[in-house]
Design a protein around this ligand. Structure first.
Ligand code: SF4
Ligand code: SF4
Length: 73
C-alpha cells in the first residue's frame, strides 16, 4: 500500500493556514502547543494514513515549508 510522508521546515512556517485550507482530506491542523521561534503554531498531520499524496499542501504553501514523499519513489 502506498504511504506518504510529510516533512515540515518548521522554522519557515508563518502559520498562514493555507495548507490546512487546501488539504482535501482535512488532516492538517495547527498545534497550539508547538511553536516555532517566530511564535507561529506548527502544522501537524492528524492521520497520515488518510493522506492521498496530492501535494496540494506543498504546492499552496507560500514558503515551501512542506515536502511530500511516497514510499515507492
Ligand atoms: S498531500 Fe494532499 S492529502 Fe496529504 S496532507 Fe497534503 S494536501 Fe492533504
Ligand atoms: S501554508 Fe506553509 S506557511 Fe502556511 S501554515 Fe501551512 S506550512 Fe505554514
Amino acid at each position: 500500500m502506498k504511504k506518504y510522508l510529510l516533512t515540515f521546515d518548521n522554522e519557515a512556517c508563518k502559520g498562514c493556514g493555507v495548507c490546512i485550507h487546501f488539504c482535501p482530506v482535512k488532516i492538517l491542523k495547527t498545534d497550539p502547543v508547538r511553536l516555532n521561534k517566530a511564535g507561529y503554531a506548527l502544522v501537524q498531520v492528524t492521520d497520515i494514513n488518510k493522506c492521498i499524496g496530492c501535494a496540494f499542501c506543498a504546492m499552496m504553501c507560500p514558503d515551501s515549508v512542506i515536502k511530500v514523499e511516497s514510499n515507492d519513489e
